[in-house]
Design a protein around this ligand. Structure first.
Ligand code: ZN
Ligand code: ZN
Length: 384
């Protein structure tokens, strides 16, 4: 392809704003797809990198919940063609043992694929930026290829592994959110807790932002369809979010700022919670999660603290109570199958994702991030 010009929203330094800039894209690699984005929703991981909580080299082009229409495909791409509608998800190598076993969430190069800032061959999907004088400046130091997509840039060069084909009848500006946050929360329930396979009476979800609300929707759906009888307990410090969680199927809600959380949980469960999902990544919350976990219970770690965070666990207690502590990345989801499954549930009205969303013109990316960070909006969606 001839050199393509694109519009990117670039963060130049730790904590810096998103700056709209004209950029030039590289040639498409054999295993890449050029996507005209319709929408990109914002995930907390974008903000975590912007503010230096997850290390990446600046300047950086973030964005990892994109959705759009395929414009062009690389020579080795056979599963997609121009005109296809795609939701963009996380990247993987497609070659390691985990990837070959349809477990790309365990890919050996997972961290590098999402946060490495370059293609694996060291090159960049964005080659030049236009400076204030209109000159094109090379971007050797830039981090791009974020989650195989950097979808705060339109059009975006996307790894084929990150693309998931979706029906053209579904609104891309809603289902873009399936790419990371939603699949993470729903996958924790579908793929890890698997309530129908356990004798569960209480599922507790700590933190009901976008990921936690997805977990509530999934737990509610499986309760309604598998005949399992369990209560869903939503915990947060924001009453508005708790009200939404209740609307989505939570049986009990607890504001842990204005109540004694453990006291409330003991009153509800008596034996503790059988499955707990932490969507906060806050060490104190993880400690609370363990102190209320039942004998034989499973605790799922979904929320990500800054890399290097340590947490003290009573190992003897874990052993004697036969408890499990499971790390869960991207909902342990095989996106190419799981995202279409969730998109179908959305189209049937089971997953009302739009209730979590607020749309913004892409140029309002700064306001969108601020409103998410303050808790005013659960899931901002940028429209291109
Ligand atoms: Zn792999
Ligand atoms: Zn994310």
């Amino acid at each position: 392809m001839a050199s393509v010009t694109a519009t990117a929203f670039i963060v130049h330094e730790k904590g810096g704003p998103f700056t709209e800039t004209a950029v030039r894209l590289s040639q498409l690699r054999d295993d890449e797809v050029l996507v005209d984005l319709r929408a990109t929703s914002i995930c907390h991981t974008d903000l975590a990198v912007q503010h230096g909580k997850i290390p990446m080299q600046f300047p950086v082009v973030l964005g990892h919940e994109g959705a759009g229409v395929v414009r062009e495909v690389g020579t080795a791409v056979s599963s997609y063609k121009p005109g296809d509608h795609v939701v963009l998800s996380y990247a993987s190598c497609a070659q390691c043992r985990a990837c070959l076993a349809k477990k790309p969430y365990q890919c050996e190069t997972a961290t590098l694929q999402q946060f490495g800032g370059k293609r694996l061959d060291g090159s960049s999907a964005i080659t030049h930026v236009q400076d204030e004088n209109g000159s094109w400046v090379p971007t050797d130091a830039f981090s791009t290829c974020f989650f195989g997509q950097s979808s705060f840039c339109n059009p975006a060069i996307v790894r084929e592994v990150s693309c998931v084909k979706v029906p053209e009848t579904l609104p891309l500006e809603v289902i873009c959110t399936l790419g990371c946050g939603f699949q993470t929360g729903a996958g924790a329930v579908f793929n890890v807790v698997r309530p129908a396979e356990r004798n569960i009476q209480h599922v507790a979800i700590f933190g009901v932002g976008a990921v936690g609300c997805a977990a509530v929707m999934a737990a509610s759906h499986l309760r309604n369809t598998t005949g399992s009888q369990y209560h869903i307990i939503a915990i947060d410090i924001n009453d508005e979010r708790l009200a939404i969680a209740k609307e989505l199927g939570a049986t009990f809600t607890i504001n842990s700022r204005s109540n004694n959380l453990l006291h409330e949980l003991k009153a509800i469960t008596s034996n503790g919670v059988d499955a707990a999902i932490d969507c906060t990544g806050v060490s104190e919350v993880v400690a609370d999660m363990f102190s209320i976990l039942s004998v034989g219970g499973v605790a799922v770690q979904v929320g990500g603290p800054p890399p290097g965070t340590k947490f003290a666990l009573d190992v003897f207690d874990l052993l004697i109570k036969c408890q499990s502590y499971v790390g869960c990345h991207q909902g342990n989801s095989y996106s190419k199958e799981f995202i279409p499954q969730m998109a179908k549930l959305y189209s049937e009205g089971t997953f009302p994702i739009e209730k979590l969303q607020k749309q913004y013109p892409v140029r309002d990316i700064g306001r969108a991030c601020a409103e998410m960070a303050s808790g005013k909006v659960i899931k901002p969606v940028l429209l291109w």
